[in-house]
Structure formats: structure tokens, C-alpha cells
Write a protein that binds this ligand. Structure first.
Ligand code: SAM
Length: 375
């Protein structure tokens, strides 16, 4: 059946012919929260080091769903709106790029953007190209030394962000990206040549990974593509959407990028910061205590992190504030969790009291790094 006929009968997976479902809303919220954290880093900074800001959305859709709920292009504009005056006063160059290969959707997008295009002090470019062509067209514009880039690849399946493209994106300086991937496709057909071409995971490993954890395994695959010794940060967010398991993979070459992504993820999943469902089967009912111990139930991820952090500080595996800061982010945790462990350890006289710096400043050149003295 041709695509148009399928579309009319509502048989396609096209998410724009019906209202966005909960999974799509979770994805869009994550994107919104991240861009909300990202923009002030470059726009509101007292000293501007990068005066060109590129936000490129390579799978833009028509702009809104059937009920007028904003998709990524309008989320970008809504989040940019409060910064219009600063953009003008600081003379920043903000370039937005929206690509959507479906001509009908692209026309709808251009129509909805309408005069908004003139109201914003930004350059808005739209294209209706196949992703590869669109990416190649814009690639050089991402390389300028005065640039900060945010890229969004909201692909439909798994194919567009193939290993080569991933490595290419990871190599671009001052670039944060989010891409969407249908991780359950990999669980269902791990050794199908059409899948193995894009993601090389061992069939055994895929079989041994429960369905709801498959996106974390997919993340490990992308981690393996990062060149050894390269400072790079990746984080997952799993999304249950109808019967499927999807996910976002976030990437940044800056530690502040991953901290901001985790802040965004924890806003959507306040228990574990990593999924729009109970990925660890904690079965916690909010406010419910344990009948036997009288304590409030806590997610396994948080308990494990806290006990590991304590152990690693005590056995001096983590001996500085910088190592604690990085361990926290690499565990997918927010900094306040680490701060609370440190404060408790000081209170219990397990470590000497000091003003530890658990922020990205501790990763800067010439930062003062404090040693943790275990008692
Ligand atoms: C998951 S939707 C993106 C939704 C959009 N970000 C939003 O918030 O509404 C994927 C979009 O990519 C488009 N698309 C699919 N394959 C493409 C390709 N090879 N190149 C460019 N666009 C493509 C589809 O038409 C669809 O609108």
C-alpha cells in the first residue's frame, strides 16, 4: 500500500496524524528541558566566547501535532523567545535549521512558522531533504571556531545515526546532541543483517538483556565508538511508547553538558532520572513506607549510588572533589545526591570537614582540587 493511502487509513506510524502519545510527550519534554538549560550557557554568559549559535533539527516534522501541541521546531522557538532582547543587545548570531523530507509536512511547517520567522532576531532556514543530504549540506557550518551547536536527530528507526555519522558528530567541537532511536527493534532482530549493519551487538548480549533495559545496552554500543582517551560524555533516557521501547541518547564533549542533561532527565523521572517508566522494577508507591523497617522506600539506583560513593570515598578510590563530581555524573546521578552523602560523612566524622567544589568549575584548567581526608 502506498504511503499516502496508508496515511489516509491511519495505518502508518506517522506520529503527526494523531495527537502525540505519552512517550512522544516525554521525549519532547526532555528536549525542552535540555534546551532550557543549554541556551543560557551560551546566551546569558557574562563573557561571550562563542557568538554563533546553531540549533539544527534534522527531522523536524510539521511543527505541531493534530491538536496543535508543539513539536521540536516550536519548542525551540518558545524556549528562545525570552532571549530575543539579549540576542540583539549582545549581537549574537542564532541560526535555526529545520529539515523535514516529507514535502507536505515541510510545507505545513513553513506555513505555521509564518511571520514568526520575522519576529525573532534569528535566521530560520528550512529544507525538505533526505537526512544524509541535509546533514552533508550543513556539516561545514558546524565547524566554525566561534560556534556552539545543538543538534537534534529525531529519526524514526535506527538507521540514520549509523556508526560513521555518530563518529562524525562526536568529533565536532562545542556540540551537544540528542538522538532518538527505536531500541526495541534491536532486541527483536539483533542478528538481522539490516540491523547488524547499523548496530553491532552480540546476539547473546542482546538475548541476556531484558526488554526494558535494552536501551542501556544500545548506549554501551555507542560508547564503544568513542575513541579511547577522548573526553566525551553520553547518557541514555529510555522511553516506553505504546508497545515499543525507544530512547534518547545524549552526547556532549563538555562535562557541563552532561550535568545539564541529567538535570533535565531527573525532571521527567524524579525517582531514577533515566526513563519514563519504572525501569528498575522498584514498585515504589509514593510516600509508602516499608512495613517491617518503617523506612520510606527508595529507588535501588539511589541506594546503590550512595553506598558505592561512600565505599569509594572510604577506600580512597575517589580521593578528590573532582573525582566525586565525575563519578556522580557517570553514575547518571544529580549532584545534590553526592552533596548529601558528603555532608552526612562530615557530620559522622568519617571525613574531614572542607568546602568541596562539586561543580563543573572543578574540571577547568588551573582549578583548585580538594583532597578528601578520610578519618
Ligand atoms: C519522529 S518524527 C519527528 C518529529 C518532530 N521532531 C516533532 O517534534 O514533531 C520523524 C520525522 O522525520 C521525517 N523523516 C523520516 N525519514 C527522514 C529522512 N530520511 N530524512 C529527513 N526526514 C525524515 C518524518 O517525515 C517525520 O516527520
Amino acid at each position: 500500500m502506498v504511503r499516502e493511502a496508508k496515511k489516509k487509513k491511519g495505518l502508518t506510524r506517522d506520529l503527526h496524524i494523531r495527537p502525540f502519545d505519552d512517550g512522544t510527550i516525554a521525549k519532547l519534554d526532555l528536549f525542552r528541558f535540555y534546551i532550557r538549560e543549554w541556551l543560557p550557557v551560551f546566551i546569558s554568559a557574562r563573557t561571550i566566547y562563542w557568538n554563533t549559535i546553531n540549533i539544527y533539527d534534522f527531522f523536524a516534522g510539521p511543527g505541531k501535532d493534530k491538536n496543535g501541541v508543539s513539536g521540536t521546531p516550536f519548542i525551540i522557538l518558545e524556549e528562545l523567545e525570552p532571549y530575543c532582547d539579549i540576542i540583539i543587545s549582545k549581537g549574537l548570531k542564532v541560526n535555526l535549521y529545520f529539515n523535514e523530507y516529507d514535502r507536505e509536512k515541510c510545507a505545513l511547517l513553513i506555513e505555521s512558522l509564518g511571520e514568526k520567522t520575522n519576529l525573532f532576531p534569528v535566521l530560520i532556514e528550512t529544507d525538505s531533504l533526505d537526512f544524509v543530504e541535509s546533514f552533508n549540506k550543513k556539516y561545514n557550518s558546524l565547524l566554525g571556531k566561534d560556534n556552539a551547536n545543538l543538534l537534534f536527530f529525531d529519526q524514526t528507526g535506527i538507521k540514520q545515526i549509523n556508526p560513521e555519522r555518530f563518529k562524525q558528530v562526536v568529533s565536532i567541537k562545542r556540540t551537544d546532541f540528542l538522538f532518538f532511536i527505536s531500541s526495541s527493534t534491536i532486541k527483536r532482530f539483533p542478528d538481522h543483517p539490516a540491523i547488524a549493519k547499523y548496530i553491532k551487538l552480540s546476539t547473546k548480549e542482546v538475548e541476556n538483556t531484558p526488554y526494558h533495559k535494552i536501551h542501556n545496552l544500545v548506549l554501551e554500543y555507542y560508547k564503544s565508538l568513542i575513541p579511547p582517551n577522548k573526553e566525551y560524555y553520553l547518557a541514555p533516557f529510555s522511553i516506553k511508547k505504546n508497545a515499543g521501547l525507544y530512547g534518547i541518547i545524549f552526547g556532549s564533549n563538555n562535562v557541563l553538558g552532561i550535568e545539564k542533561f541529567l538535570n533535565s532527565a531527573w525532571k521527567i523521572d524524579p525517582d531514577r532520572g533515566t526513563a519514563n517508566f519504572d525501569i528498575d522494577n522498584d514498585n515504589i508507591i509514593p510516600g509508602q513506607g516499608n512495613l517491617f523497617t518503617g523506612t520510606i522506600e527508595r529507588p535501588k539506583k539511589v541506594e546503590l549510588f550512595e553506598s558505592n560513593l561512600k565505599r569509594f570515598i572510604k577506600n580512597k578510590t575517589l580521593s578528590t572533589d573532582k573525582s566525586v563530581y565525575l563519578f556522580t555524573l557517570n553514575s547518571g546521578m544529580k549532584i545534590p545526591f553526592a552533596r548529601s552523602v558528603i555532608n552526612k560523612m562530615i557530620k559522622r566524622n568519617e571525613i574531614a570537614s572542607d568546602t568541596f567544589n562539586l561543580s563543573n568549575k572543578v574540571c577547568k584548567k588551573n582549578a583548585i582540587i580538594k583532597t578528601i581526608n578520610v578519618k
